[in-house]
Ligand binder design. Sequence first.
Ligand code: UDP
Length: 216
Amino acid sequence: MFSSSATVYGEPDETPTPETAPRRAMNPYGRTKIICEEMLQDLCAADPEWAVGVLRYFNPAGAHGSALIGEDPADIPNNLMPYIAKVATGALAKISVFGNDYDTPDGTGVRDYIHVEDLAEGHVLSLAQLRQGHGHLVNLGTGRGYSVLEMIAAYQRATNRQLPYEIVARREGDVPISCAKTEKARDLLGFEAKRGLDEMCASSWAWMQAQERRND
Ligand code: UDP
């Protein structure tokens, strides 16, 4: 099983993006994912003993419902949700919204956020198929995109706190929209994301608060 990424699509012609869309990464991280996917495809072609599951993650978000497993980057987070979470705790002053002039409903970047527990369940389903010798290459997402401003609003609802933000320049290499076409994962794995954005924010916040208590 290989953890690939929606990054392999670069700026796709089509969203929601099907697995058949061309691979054209916009950054070195995406290139590493493409090269690994190609190596695994070659391996499977050369030796039919192999069955590989390539899982293209969209934007993992949230934490485990126990509040015992989550992400707490030691450095300043690069990803949106952990950054918002640190603003909510007061560890960071405000969110920088990278551009509001994209061709999206509110001008900010749209992403398909998937709850980490849904993502974990996708892996279990992938393993079940691999055990039967069935390889696959699938997107793992929800098929629904949210903008940066919608993410901030959702996190505000979960925390009941006002979260300051400012609009700054676009971040180089960012695409306007990334959203999964989900039918292939449903048909091949029986996968469907069950958890919504509010659950992602609530679980992230529960995890952050538990971390604060643990660090006290
Ligand atoms: N983003 C933002 N401020 C941040 C981090 C991210 O506005 O501090 C935006 C980013 O431009 C993108 C979205 O939030 O539209 C998700 O970014 P993230 O880095 O989490 O994921 P990726 O870019 O890999 O999809």
